[in-house]
Design a protein around this ligand. Structure first.
Ligand SMILES: [Ca+2]
Ligand SMILES: [Ca+2]
Ligand SMILES: [Ca+2]
Ligand SMILES: [Ca+2]
Length: 349
């Protein structure tokens, strides 16, 4: 098991030193954090958590990862939405981008599924220090979130076989909290569904399509939601705050959407708006393939235009294309970019 950082390290360092210059205002010595390596002196939180935002401007950066090669590519404003790349990870490593040090800028993290090793490069020290912890392993999936509400993402994992969640709380010296919720057939869909700043440890139950969400603001009493997917699929939960009220909205992405005129080459987002009493809105349908085969676009929702509402982004593993429809112009037009490479999938937040 090796982490490849050597080959393109200089490019990563170029990239990250630019970020460090650009965001020097925000960089302070935060107590760290992921491994609890440093004393938490001077700990301060000065911005809301911006998972997936590498430039610290409130807009997420589209980011993809090729597990075969360990390559990451990021579209940046400073580069006119052309990709920049580096290598971190490789076969067996899942890529995650969240803000573990709470400086408002995404950190670059990989998780080794077989051994539970996390390899992290934090933005607040210029991505120059490699931090490794072991947390999880076979059967455990990382579940991103800020469960204690201090604006720092907490390393967290979920085991579907047992329904156990383990959270290393950043506020409590990364002490592990364990809870049981979910189990076989339940996929973790953590998010802040009640908008109180604490992630809620919810699950999507595939058998009956129920979203079961213990809400932090209600003593973790479970609320349930249902998103009608109209017979479309394969399905992937795709929760995000689509209406911009600060609450995560239950949403499903359907790779193929025969509910739209029986066209399998169309994909769909099916979702509820929390701001409208969890009313299900019209599905967001778009062409996923031009050759009429079932669509294989991967979903990558995120707030790419910085208006606090999630935008619809997709990336194709077998083409070099990125496409997104932004809320700022009512999803009416799309922006395309080119990854300049094949085999990339969206990075999890
Ligand atoms: Ca960060
Ligand atoms: Ca919450
Ligand atoms: Ca919402
Ligand atoms: Ca947006």
């Amino acid at each position: 098991m090796t982490l490849k950082v050597q080959a393109r390290q200089s490019r990563l360092l170029d990239f990250v030193s630019w970020i460090a210059r650009k965001s020097s205002r925000q960089i302070r010595i935060y107590g760290i954090i992921l491994a609890g390596l440093l004393a938490p002196a001077g700990l301060a939180v000065n911005s809301s958590n911006h998972n997936g935002d590498y430039e610290g401007n409130g807009r997420m950066n589209p980011t993809v990862y090729n597990e075969n090669t360990g390559e990451w590519r990021i579209l940046t404003d400073r580069n006119n939405y052309n990709p920049e790349g580096f290598i971190w990870g490789g076969p067996g490593w899942t890529a995650i981008q969240s803000d573990y040090d709470g400086d408002g800028i995404a950190d670059v993290v990989v998780y080794h599924r077989a051994t539970g090793t996390w390899g992290a490069l934090l933005s607040s020290n210029g991505y120059t220090i490699y931090i490794y912890i072991t947390f999880g392993g076979e059967g455990w999936t990382p579940v991103t979130g800020d469960y204690d509400g201090d604006n720092l993402t907490d390393p967290a994992i979920y085991c579907e076989a047992t329904g156990e969640w383990r959270v290393k709380s950043s506020k409590a010296d990364h002490k592990i909290t364990s809870l049981f919720f979910g189990g076989p057939g339940c996929i973790a869909v953590s998010g802040d569904y009640d908008g109180d700043g604490l992630s809620d440890p919810g699950v999507y139950r595939a058998a009956d399509g129920q979203w079961l969400i213990p809400l932090s603001s209600h003593g973790y009493i479970t609320s349930s939601f249902y998103v009608d997917t109209m017979g479309d699929g394969p399905l992937v939960p795709s929760p995000a705050d689509y209406d911009g009220d600060g609450k995560t909205d239950p949403a499903m992405f359907a790779y193929s959407a025969p509910s739209h005129l029986n066209k399998y080459y169309v994909f769909a987002w099916h979702l509820l708006y929390s701001s409208q009493g969890y009313r299900q809105i019209e599905p967001f349908y778009q062409l996923g393939r031009e050759d009429c085969k079932p669509s294989n676009a991967d979903p990558a929702p995120g707030d790419y235009d910085g208006d606090k509402r999630a935008d619809y982004g997709v990336s194709w593993p077998d083409t070099t294309m990125w496409r997104m429809w932004c809320s700022r112009n009512n999803y009416e037009s799309h922006d395309d970019s080119d990854w300049q490479g094949l085999g990339f999938r969206p990075v999890q937040r």
